[in-house]
Design a protein around this ligand. Structure first.
Ligand code: FBP
Length: 552
């Protein structure tokens, strides 16, 4: 029996493109804006990027110069964590390349940046692309976290580009991958390697955003997926009325995901790491805030609730942040010796000798499983892998202890049964929402226009995203415009500034306006599943964050 599935119907979905892109590659023109500066540290960035600094913003439309249309050979990689819509960036890029010249070639390098270094690729054909249109995940060519940042690596990539006659590379990644794209573009320009480098803004974390990039792709679908799950849990909690649910949400550092999901679902508590850091709130005070909500709700007979915890929280709590920094330093210096120590007691002895007295005190207060998680292997950037630290368990435990004390003091007489959840991987490969499917297709299409415009060291952008797709505007921004100098791994490095939650911004203010009420009453909101078909105002709606930010 033949029957339709969401997958088969999504293959047939035609991403909507902004009016300005509808004329097709051959009719679109390019105009130049002003010469750009950097986010800050201008002199240093200018020195580091003598060839690519200060280039002009480019935008596409009916006015300006016609683009060059000739055969292109382009390489593409997906870099870092999966984000819904990556396949559509590649589809948009492919379609625009074939419109440019049917003989154009798109090579998909496999497994992320390492594919470029190992010359491991497939030639992408209409057939391959058609199996992945409007689908989630990165399985078309895979992804990886190898960093592309040394001169030796750039040389190898230059050789690979030469071997295939590649005139451009498109790097689809987050802030670090796009930073590296800018450095690679500068290297190629300096060494007269005729290969352009174009970046595309990807990450569910939503922290690659600035004046020019309104949102990174994947954030929309991931937050909708998590909000559906949270809403379902809320409905269950409100039915059974017997559990407190501690839900950790992905987002390595910034709390954008937690904040967006809170705006969509109205939990009793949502912790925002950036606020906790700013106020220097310690673990016990966080536990008090949650316990206070538990006590207030228990007094009304509500022994249930939902707490949202951003994945990165642990690194923003001042005393734990200091502890993690000291552990990082110790592991960077003596990691090998440390890992050879045969017993837990010997490891503890080593830490006692290496860490400050205060940090050791904090370490000793933590449950054993959290202690072990804090000592696990670092990621390629030397960071703790926060997705593996069970902050939700840590918090429920200290809240339970606090409630026990309150019980003894006669200030609380409710029941506190709790469950834990971690939502992260569930959302990274979901079928892209219409917003992400459309946005990504346009980002990929625009990347090709930037190649045709002959530029390098640019990031593809699509703006005006809170309006309907018709009104979206596509262009390119020099990546150096988004950069400043930051201290990373003991060195000053030019990087794209990571966007954390702005505590003065509308999304956070909106959340703060409601949170006291949400903490004691049951105001749950149930967003339900992502809608791919049906009324536009539902199926094409984007995040509350983006809509509120657009009003600013
Ligand atoms: P990117 O920044 O590469 O997009 O990845 C973000 C993320 O999804 C984080 O939210 C999470 O902490 C991390 O990846 C998990 O990484 P891994 O896939 O290596 O477990």
């Amino acid at each position: 029996m033949e029957y339709s599935t969401l997958q088969s119907l999504r293959y047939a979905y035609q991403p909507k493109v902004p009016k300005m892109l509808r004329a097709g590659v051959r009719e679109i023109s390019v105009s130049e804006g002003k010469a750009t500066e950097s986010a800050s540290d201008e002199e240093r960035i200018r020195e580091l990027f003598p060839k690519t600094f200060g280039q002009k913003e480019l935008y596409f439309g009916s006015k300006g110069k016609k683009l060059k249309v000739q055969k292109q050979v382009v390489g593409v990689i997906l870099s870092g964590g999966q984000a819904p819509g990556g396949h559509n960036v590649i589809a948009g890029l492919y379609d625009a390349l074939k419109e440019t010249d049917p003989d154009s070639i798109l090579l998909g390098f496999k497994g992320g940046p390492s594919g470029l270094l190992e010359d491991n690729y497939i030639t992408l054909t209409a057939d391959t692309i058609s199996k992945y249109r409007n689908t989630g995940g990165f399985d078309m060519i895979g992804s990886g976290r190898t960093k592309l940042e040394t001169e030796e690596q750039f040389m190898v990539v230059g050789e690979v580009a030469k071997k295939h006659g590649m005139n451009a590379i498109v790097i689809i990644g987050g802030d670090d991958s796009n930073t590296n794209a800018a450095v690679l573009a500068e290297y190629f320009a300096e060494h007269e390697i005729p290969c352009q480098v174009i970046g595309c803004p990807k990450t569910i974390d939503g922290d690659l955003k600035n004046d020019d990039i309104e949102t990174s792709f994947g954030f929309d679908t991931a937050t909708k997926t998590y909000s559906e799950l949270i809403g379902n849990i809320m409905r269950d909690a409100n039915s059974a009325k017997k559990y407190w649910h501690f839900i950790k949400l992905m987002g390595r550092s910034a709390s954008h995901i937690a904040l967006e999901c809170a705006l969509q679902t109205h939990p009793n508590i949502c912790l925002i790491s950036e606020e906790i850091e700013k106020n220097g709130t310690n673990l016990n005070t966080i536990a008090d805030t949650i316990a206070d909500s538990v006590v207030k709700r228990a007094a009304q007979g509500f022994n249930f609730g939902v707490v949202i915890i951003p994945e990165g929280l642990i690194e923003f709590v001042p005393e734990v942040k200091k502890l993690i920094e000291e552990i990082n330093e110790t592991l960077a210096k003596f990691g090998e010796r440390f890992s050879m120590l045969p017993s837990w007691d010997e490891r503890l002895g080593f830490l006692t000798a290496s860490l400050s007295v205060e940090s050791m005190k904090v370490f000793n207060m933590l449950p054993l499983d959290i202690q072990e998680q804090l000592l696990m292997d670092r990621d390629p950037h030397g960071n703790v892998q926060v997705s593996k630290i069970e902050t939700e368990k840590l918090l429920s435990k200290i809240v339970a202890n606090r409630l026990q004390e309150l019980k003894q003091e006669g200030k609380y007489s409710g029941k506190f049964n709790y469950l834990h959840h971690f939502f992260g991987y569930e959302g990274r490969a979901a079928f892209p929402s219409n917003f992400d499917a459309d946005y990504c297709y346009s980002l990929g299409y625009t990347a090709c226009l930037l190649i045709n415009a002959g530029c390098t060291g640019y990031m593809s952008y699509v703006k005006n995203l809170a309006s309907g797709v018709d009104e979206w505007a596509a262009g390119g921004m020099p990546i150096t415009k988004m950069m400043d100098i930051e201290r990373r791994g003991g060195k000053d490095k030019p990087v794209i500034r990571k966007a954390l939650v702005d505590l003065g911004g509308k999304p956070f203010k909106e959340f703060s306006r409601h949170r006291a009420k949400w903490a004691s009453e049951t105001c749950f909101h149930y967003p339900g599943a992502i809608q791919y078909f049906g009324p536009e105002e539902l199926a094409d709606a984007t995040t509350i964050t983006l809509r509120l930010e657009a009003e600013e």
